[in-house]
Design a protein around this ligand. Structure first.
Ligand code: FAD
Ligand code: SF4
Length: 511
């Protein structure tokens, strides 16, 4: 009886459960990696995402080979054909796979017609076990992230002093919302030069007919992401040493040309499995312990909340929700996604800046994603599903599990408030305060109507007015809706007219 292991593209870690189950017999355990062309063509993915995943797979396959595993690495149209060939060639009687994080992929695997048995191992890539999350969630009326986060701090003993939170408070969020005023000295980011393996993938995706659509939208070079666990660990160390102590204050700030600010840049590596979230948390906590006298706890707590709070919560919710979750559309928004999300060509400077950065890098930080890209789509009434597809194609760290909860739930409020307690909708006022984008924009961030009124303004008030009845029972919307009620009826009428005209002329115009 031969046991074989199929390693998926986001499970690139020797500690993953399927590999661990045969670590003692590794030389007798054939392992397969498959690059499927069909899978990579489901959406016009960012070319750097394809390079990142495939180069990281090729590097990891090589590492396993050197550790003595008999590795087969193959490129094919689909998954089934090379799997069957390999199973027959090695006379494999049991195929082991770590359960995929993404639901559609788990379904794909279960539907494969294979000439051997299939064993799915528990996914051990997250801090919280899926079953533990379900147990936590099923005992609660509301799935509030802050409750979950506190439970995680207690359960995994992170930033705790006995049974109390370090510093006497669970949450230092209020200290972490500084606007980028004055001269800021920003830290460098850690990037890498492509090696020969990475360069071979770059050369292929850049010219292959298979990726024509992607080639029109995204830049492949310069490609500067890490592709091995060693490089991912370097990014983690670099972050902890040079950025973590100041992570908090400007977490929400946006500055033209500054692509990463104090952010960790760890999501691509965490999501590929090159890093485990627990080791990231432990590295952050250890650095804090060593530098307690100089570092603000608010920065470290803010970072821990991202990983142990938001990331784990989003994954838990994804597993907990029904299969219809991605189809939800609470506001019934149906506008098509504007072409400028793909081309970057819009006079709205904030959108243009962030979209150009995504084209160049496949990355934008959280507030750029939430309050620029997502906010505009929400207030303009874009279909959440079209937006989700775009995010999924555009981002280097995008996967089904993290996309649904962030775009459908947090971003678009399309689940009616399961994840967010109120919609993340904002006018130009927020963007003017938290960025320098408005300074170089053709629109006036103060104007709500008129020729150069900022579209974020008329869409914002139009959004509130359109959905007044749906929003009025949300207690967090009370003050905001009172502001809406204070608008003169003539002004509101003008705002709504301008929103409607803009929608017809600009959002629905062909590219
Ligand atoms: P930092 O700001 O330094 O945060 C540290 C880490 O916290 C991140 O690496 C990430 O692993 C984790 N984290 C923080 N918030 C979240 C969250 N809401 N969900 C999951 N992890 C979180 N994250 C992705 O990993 N992939 C995505 O495709 C993705 N799409 C998003 C789309 C929208 C509309 C929004 C609002 C958020 C999205 N996020 C996504 C969450 C978050 O924006 C990114 O994880 C973060 O910007 C990654 O950059 P960083 O590593 O520099 O993060
Ligand atoms: Fe964006 Fe409006 Fe500011 Fe221009 S004025 S950068 S469109 S918020």
């Amino acid at each position: 009886m031969t046991i074989g292991i199929w390693v998926l593209g986001d499970q690139l870690w020797a500690g993953q459960s399927a590999l661990q189950s045969r670590i003692q017999q590794n030389q007798q355990t054939p392992v397969i990696f498959i690059e499927s062309l069909h899978h990579a063509q489901q959406l016009p993915y960012h070319l750097q995402k394809l390079v990142l995943v495939w180069s990281a797979m090729r590097h990891f396959a090589e590492e396993l080979r050197q550790a003595g595993w008999p590795v087969t690495y193959t490129q094919a149209v689909d998954f089934q054909t090379p799997l069957i060939d390999w199973i027959e060639q090695h006379q494999i009687s049991e195929l082991r796979v770590m359960t995929p994080t993404d639901r559609p992929f788990a379904q794909l695997i279960r539907k494969l017609e294979l000439p051997c048995s299939l064993t799915l191992f528990t996914n051990n890539r997250f801090v919280w076990d899926e079953e533990d999350f379900k147990q936590w969630a099923s005992s609660r009326k509301r799935l509030v992230m802050e409750d979950f986060y506190r439970e995680g701090r207690r359960r995994f003993n992170i930033l705790m002093v006995g049974d109390q939170p370090a510093g006497g408070r669970w949450n230092f969020d209020r200290e972490n919302r500084k606007p980028p005023k004055g001269k800021l000295t920003l830290p460098e980011a850690l990037w890498f030069e492509p090696d020969t393996i990475t360069q071979a993938v770059i050369d292929w995706v850049k010219q292959s007919e298979a990726f024509k659509a992607s080639q029109t939208y995204w830049d492949t070079e310069p490609f500067r992401w890490g592709v091995t666990r060693q490089q991912a660990l370097q990014v983690l160390q670099f972050f902890v040493q040079t950025r973590l102590s100041d992570f908090g204050p400007y977490q929400d700030a946006m500055v033209t040309g500054e692509q990463t600010m104090w952010h960790a840049m760890l999501s691509p590596y965490l999501n590929l499995g090159l890093l485990h979230p627990l080791e990231v948390l432990e590295a952050a906590e250890q650095a804090y312990t060593e530098n307690q006298s100089e570092w603000e706890l608010s920065s470290v707590e803010g970072f821990v909340r991202q990983i142990l709070g938001w990331r784990e919560y989003m994954h838990g919710i994804y597993c907990y929700m029904d299969a219809d979750y991605p189809e939800r559309n609470w506001f019934s928004h149906t506008q098509p996604l504007p072409t400028f999300y793909w081309t970057t060509e819009t006079p709205m400077n904030c959108l243009h800046q962030v979209l150009s950065q995504v084209k160049e890098l496949g990355y934008a930080h959280h507030i750029q994603r939430l309050m620029i890209l997502n906010n505009f789509a929400l207030i303009a009434g874009i279909s959440p599903q079209e937006l989700e597809d775009w995010f999924h194609a555009a981002f280097i760290d995008a996967y089904d599990w993290v996309m649904q909860t962030n775009v459908i739930g947090m971003g678009q409020f399309a689940d009616g408030g399961l994840i967010a307690s109120k919609p993340y909708a904002a006018s130009a006022n927020y963007i003017k305060n938290m960025s320098d984008y408005c300074k170089k924009c053709v629109y006036n961030p103060r104007a709500r109507t008129g020729e150069n009124a900022c579209p974020f303004n008329f869409f914002y008030w139009d959004f509130l007015a359109r959905h007044y009845d749906k929003l009025k029972n949300n207690h967090r919307m009370g003050q905001i809706l009172r502001n809406l009620e204070r608008l003169a009826p003539e002004e509101l009428q003008q705002i709504r007219l301008q929103a409607s005209e803009w929608r017809t002329q600009q959002l629905n115009s062909p590219s």
